[in-house]
Ligand binder design. Sequence first.
Ligand SMILES: Nc1nc2c(ncn2[C@@H]2O[C@H](COP(=O)(O)OP(=O)(O)OP(=O)(O)O)[C@@H](O)[C@H]2O)c(=O)[nH]1
Ligand SMILES: [Mg+2]
Length: 281
Amino acid sequence: MSEADYNLLIVGLPDAGKTSYIHAVDDLLQHPHTPDSLRSHALAPDRSYLERDKADFRSGKKLLHTERNLQGPVPELWFEDPSTGKRGKLFLPDVSGEVFQDQWVDRKWAKSYSDSLQKLSGILLFLRADLPASNQELLGELAALPEVERTAKPFDPRKASAQVQLVDVLQFIAEHSALPTYPLKLCVMISAWDTVYHPGNMQPKIPSSFLAREWPLLDQYLKTNRRKFESRIFGVSALGGTPKELEEHLGELPPQQRVKIVFGDIESKDLTAPLRWLLGV
Ligand SMILES: Nc1nc2c(ncn2[C@@H]2O[C@H](COP(=O)(O)OP(=O)(O)OP(=O)(O)O)[C@@H](O)[C@H]2O)c(=O)[nH]1
Ligand SMILES: [Mg+2]
């Protein structure tokens, strides 16, 4: 029986939904949705990181911000494809969103991070459907103030548009690392996808159309850099709803029944679909 190690990079600014997705996939592997779904054949020996917040995740409570200097072993999920018998170990380092922001601000990265890119099977890039791609704050405030009171605010790079920061992270990877082969597979994970179905929400319901309209810089970067990144775009709801909806009623359902993933116009509960494509299993 074949068995392989797969290393993924999980990219996203703070609060993008990265940790929620890792927990949701862990739960789904243990409670496969259909007879063909990827499943867990055993648990990794050290699950301390995952177990620490597992109860909060299952009951729909807000997860803590992932710390910048996370110590301990990388979350590791062991999976099996029931139709082929193929097994693998999936390494999902849960990097704090602040680490990517530091990279954008400081223009440098840790050697260990740069080295880790060389054995990458793919990238999961997270952004939130309910958060804006651009920062209109300064413009809005300046526009509202009477002319005499206008003062220029000092530029804080951390407040730069989210899509500018994410494209920069990808450019760093594409231009400064010795990746083994191009193109690298990348899934754009538009998290909190449940929010696009809220009443009155006029945003596109097809993830690729959503990205083109709401995150045009990122969309155009990926379209013009196909030789570097081969991408697919998913809408993902790892929690199933907003913190308020979870508190009101949704939190009573088990996580694997709350989740949702959309690719094109196809909707399912199989959050492992992006992983299957990235890993080729
Ligand atoms: N509506 C909705 N909100 C979500 C969902 N997933 C995440 N969120 C929201 O996003 C917040 C942050 O989620 P996390 O998974 O902790 O995000 P993260 O990317 O790990 O954040 P850092 O650890 O700070 O980098 C949550 O507290 C929720 O408010 C979802 O499926 N639906
Ligand atoms: Mg996190």
